[in-house]
Write a protein that binds this ligand. Structure first.
Ligand SMILES: [Mg+2]
Length: 290
């Protein structure tokens, strides 16, 4: 059975994907009193919906991890530096240099690129083995620090998440880092408190294609059974913004130390961090987007 009003078409036979219960009820009221399943059981087919965006209430927030929930890149940088010092190497990567080095994917590859550029005298047989040992130590330092809580959540993150949970919003993580790293970070940063914060933890194992590919966002939407426009993504990088946007998810940006210059033109808003950003601000941005 299909119901129609001026700007919405509602099916009551149960489609594959659903709006939130609240949004569905609103549409039900717009369409008038009808016989059929309770409002909360209705499912709307996205391809049939031309709902004014003002009626698509914010139902869920989807958070990136690295750079968004925490400044993990800096923890990586400091772990590299500690490993260098432990190996009596005269290397120290400052923030500006590390920003450049991030163009090289992979820790071992990054060290080699640095040697080629800044210390070519060390390019000799056996370098690969030395780099492997160095990187292994760096990884151990990083993991240990993260698990011990040395990488805190960024300003405003836990307060905003508490506000969202209190308001009944659903929460998810969309990242392409490994699940083990995500859990170590979240547990370490909150002393285990955040264990049940996120309904869906979408990680590298779930969506292997790196952002800006939208795969990880599509995975989250599928798992939550929500249309993209009922969600709001929080990202720190242009790749993240592109991934969310390609999946149709509105996005705001909280710039991190390593993404300050990133292009976030398609974001609803760009914040230096989430300190002082309230749920009401995000609801307004989400409702007012074009
Ligand atoms: Mg990020």
């Amino acid at each position: 059975m299909a119901l129609a009003c001026s700007d919405v078409s509602v099916r009551t036979d149960g489609g594959a994907l659903g709006l939130t219960r609240k949004a569905t009820s609103t549409i039900g009221r717009m369409a008038g009193a009808v016989a059929g399943p309770p409002a909360g059981a209705w499912r709307l087919r996205p391809e049939r919906i031309t709902v004014s965006r003002m009626t698509q209430e914010l139902s869920a927030m989807i958070f990136d991890v690295d750079g968004t929930l925490a400044e993990t890149e800096d923890a990586h940088r400091l772990a590299f530096n500690q490993a260098f010092a432990e190996h009596d190497l005269p290397w120290s990567w400052d923030l500006a240099l590390y920003k450049d080095l991030l163009a090289v994917s992979g820790g071992k590859e990054r060290i080699r690129a640095y040697v080629q550029r800044f210390d070519p005298a060390r390019l000799e047989p056996g370098l690969d083995e030395s780099i492997a040992a160095l990187h292994k130590r760096k990884t151990a330092i990083y993991t240990e620090r993260v698990a011990a809580g040395a990488v805190p959540l960024r300003p405003g993150v836990s307060r905003l998440i508490a506000e969202a949970r209190e308001a009944g919003l659903r929460l998810a993580v969309a990242t392409t880092t490994s699940r083990a790293n995500v859990l170590a970070l979240i547990d370490g940063a909150t002393g285990g408190e955040a264990h049940d914060w996120f309904e869906v933890l979408a990680c590298a194992e779930d969506a292997p294609l790196k952002k800006p590919d939208p795969q990880v966002y599509r995975y989250v939407l599928d798992r939550m059974g929500l249309p993209a426009e009922a969600c709001l993504a929080v990202e720190d990088s242009s790749n993240g913004v592109r991934a969310a946007s390609a999946a149709g998810v509105p996005v705001v940006v909280t710039l991190s130390a390593y993404t300050e210059a990133d292009d976030a033109a398609s974001a609803l808003a760009v914040f230096p961090d989430l300190d002082g950003v309230g749920l009401s601000d995000l609801r307004r941005l989400h409702a007012g987007r074009r």
